[in-house]
Design a protein around this ligand. Sequence first.
Ligand SMILES: Nc1ncnc2c1ncn2[C@@H]1O[C@H](COP(=O)(O)OP(=O)(O)OP(=O)(O)O)[C@@H](O)[C@H]1O
Ligand code: SF4
Ligand SMILES: [Mg+2]
Length: 346
Amino acid sequence: MTAPSESFLELRDLRIHFPTEDGLVKSVDGLSFKLDRGKTLGIVGESGSGKSVTSLGILGLHKDGRAKISGEIWLDGEELVTASQDHVRTLRGKKMAMIFQDPLSAMHPYYSVGSQIVEAYRIHHKVGKAVARKHAIDMLGRVGIPQPDRRVDDYPHQFSGGMRQRAMIAMALSCDPELLIADEPTTALDVTVQAQILDLMTDLQREFDSALIVITHDLGVVAELSDDILVMYGGKCVEYGSAEDIFYRPEHPYTWGLLGSMPRLDREPTERLLPIKGTPPSLINVPPGCAFNPRCGYAGRTRGRSTSQVPELLETEGGHLVRCHLPRAERRSVWENEIKPMMEST
Ligand SMILES: Nc1ncnc2c1ncn2[C@@H]1O[C@H](COP(=O)(O)OP(=O)(O)OP(=O)(O)O)[C@@H](O)[C@H]1O
Ligand code: SF4
Ligand SMILES: [Mg+2]
């Protein structure tokens, strides 16, 4: 193992592979990033790019499965890949918590919403049931559940989708986790509720100076709240930079595609500007060279390297990283002279 990380969270070359009958699924394949307290990282990529596997990996939720995990996950000075399952379990809740993609799967159907928050809270706080119940009601109120003193005794199925999502957020936040991972926290919700939930998460993050990871397939969701953005494709980071880098100076053809396919407020939700052609790669038989090459309109400009050599993730400028064989000057010129004008005119 290398030297301990000085960042609050740091992933070093994390790999999470699943052996299956069809072959080895390389869901996360060499992912590295750092995140400090008080900061928000957006992780963006299409379905199947490895976003949820990464978050479950950080929380240690692959430890009891058949996943093969390598690399390092440093959280506040502790390495978690080599830590025991029991130890990582004790860190869940207070140290790190996750808002899951599907609230029904994260909540137990046979216990009331309130009792689940009470349980979660009492694992980490030595308080009586009455105090914990009051805290649960407070939390439900803070996430915008009306009449929380009555709704606290409802079961998950008695809540609407939006309410369940809020309740899950209340549960995740009830112990003021130092690291909060929100995995597609808003996809099932309408636009107004989405905005409220995202505002709420950033408010609480500021209050507790926690580190926040927001995972989404839609760049628009993380535009305003992220400090940094990591673009994932086929289990790897293809571009990493500040939100400004990603929105104003993107250099990876896949990021251009994501920006082009962002839903826009002035359009019908189904109307996308420039959808990315083709489908995400197989994670068992990843295309040779750059995994994006079958879908990339620029692969022909790299003298065959796109189909024969895996591009490295290299710094282009000031912490902005790009994994692409196109020369830097050409990437910048394509963005300025071809992509940006096309997006502005559509
Ligand atoms: N337990 C598992 N066994 C085998 N393959 C798995 C397992 N869990 C996930 N995968 C595969 O890993 C890949 C990445 O999955 P993941 O859930 O991380 O995608 P995602 O980026 O979160 O996508 P979405 O946007 O649809 O949520 C997928 O191809 C998925 O089928
Ligand atoms: S390496 Fe080639 S295929 Fe991959 S993104 Fe760059 S130009 Fe496209
Ligand atoms: Mg997912």
